[in-house]
Design a protein around this ligand. Structure first.
Ligand SMILES: [Zn+2]
Length: 188
């Protein structure tokens, strides 16, 4: 397992422990038995099967069809490399998410993420299995890794997951930040 995966797991577990201590990780208000089942299956599927399988499959498929692409971007400037991940990973995720809220048939693959009655790190990877299997960001990132940007992805994915995990947690870790005037946006 790459070192970045251990860091992401450590962030996930740390926020989980924070919720365990502060906001009843395993007994959220209004949770049902099905919530826990959906969360365990979708989280384990993504982390253990879907994402690693896409990375291995893309590596295998490109080795067979485009062997000259392997490592072709390894000398790329780091800012250009981060730019590629922002466009092909982050922006693609934005459009997939936006499309999932715009088309009813796509929302079927995303409903599980929004039908919980609570916020928690438990929701971070809670989605239909096909939502992740068809996630353009994962496929594009796997291609960039094949092309030699694995070293950039390792840092990028840690920052990205820190933001995503922090955003779903119901522990108000950001409360002190909101007291800083120049950091809080007035939306009126
Ligand atoms: Zn959504």
């Amino acid at each position: 397992m790459p070192a970045s995966t251990y860091v992401v797991l450590a962030i996930f577990i740390s926020f989980g422990l924070l919720e365990l201590a502060r906001s009843s990780l395993f007994s959220k208000k209004e949770q049902t038995r099905d919530d826990g089942i959906v969360e365990i299956i979708s989280t384990v599927m993504l982390l253990v099967f879907t994402q690693p399988t896409i990375v291995v499959f893309v590596d295998y498929a490109l080795s067979a069809t485009r062997p000259e692409w392997r490592g072709m971007l390894s000398d790329l400037n780091i800012f250009a490399a981060i730019g590629l991940f922002l466009i092909l990973d982050d922006m693609m995720q934005y459009w997939q998410h936006r499309a999932s809220h715009s088309f009813a048939w796509l929302y079927n693959m995303h409903r599980a993420h929004h039908n919980a009655r609570y916020m928690s790190v438990r929701l971070v990877y809670r989605n239909n299995i096909f939502y992740y299997a068809l996630m353009p960001s994962i496929w594009f990132s796997a291609m960039l890794v094949y092309m030699g940007l694995g070293w950039v992805y390792a840092g990028y994915v840690v920052v990205k997951q820190l933001v995503i995990i922090g955003a779903h947690s119901d522990v108000a870790w950001d409360k002190p930040l909101l007291k800083i005037k120049w950091l809080s946006v007035d939306c009126r």
